[in-house]
Ligand binder design. Structure first.
Ligand SMILES: [Zn+2]
Length: 219
């Protein structure tokens, strides 16, 4: 078995096993613990009107520990993410996302598909603090060197998205884009089962991540 096959097998295994993005041994506050907003958390009211298509800018404010080559790939992922997010195809996939025959996401925080779409386009992060609607996906990234098992993680107390170089180094820009939006959707308050479950791929972070990855592969 050559190296390429081994790497492909590892990635396939990773995808199939649905390894939790936020699993890490020293992660003190997994974002999954924040699925139920505390009573003091002000409810956010999503725009209920259709905002049209697109209008979201992807901004990387921080990129710690990235080599110049890694930075180039991160920038490629940012451009892909911004382009795909603002397509009509992305909007239609979100609006018509289906779970068990119904147009809905799992663990959607009570939002319709259109509201989920509008929340994404609004770019108003909830964690680590509520930001206003500014149509900006604000990203703070950090590369770390870990072993297999965790693609990336974040937690509600920091803006940082931690990306594991074990995967980053072999990922396509589309896969990196899918990982970035998965973690960012946690910043909007969307959660998923910690362990692999039948419904987890239909949660907002997983499903949208897959949609980005899928649309990128068709570019
Ligand atoms: Zn996650």
């Amino acid at each position: 078995m050559n190296k390429t096959i081994i790497i492909s097998s590892i990635l396939l295994l990773t995808a199939c096993n649905e390894i939790p993005y936020s699993t890490i041994t020293n992660n003190p506050v997994p974002i999954e613990d924040k699925s139920a907003p505390s009573p003091t958390t002000p409810p956010i009211t999503p725009p209920i009107v259709d905002l049209g298509t697109g209008g979201l800018k992807v901004v990387i404010h921080e990129s710690n520990n990235f080599s110049n080559t890694d930075l180039e790939r991160l920038e490629q992922a940012r451009v892909i993410l911004e382009n795909v997010l603002n397509t009509e195809e992305f909007k239609q996939k979100v609006l018509h996302f289906t779970y068990l025959g119904e147009e809905t996401f799992v663990q959607n925080n009570g939002y319709s598909n259109l509201e989920v779409y509008n929340l994404i386009m609004a770019g108003a992060e909830q964690y680590p603090k509520q930001t206003p609607v500014n149509h900006l996906m604000d990203l703070y990234t950090e590369l770390y060197y870990g072993s297999s098992g965790v693609i990336g993680y974040t937690n509600p107390s920091v803006p940082t998205i931690y990306m594991n170089n074990y995967y980053f180094s072999d990922y396509t820009p589309g896969e990196i884009a899918g990982n970035l939006i998965h973690e960012w959707l946690h910043k909007l308050g969307f959660d998923h089962d910690y362990n692999s479950t039948a419904r987890r791929p239909y949660t907002v972070p997983y499903a949208i991540g897959y949609i980005i990855d899928d649309l990128t592969s068709k570019l």
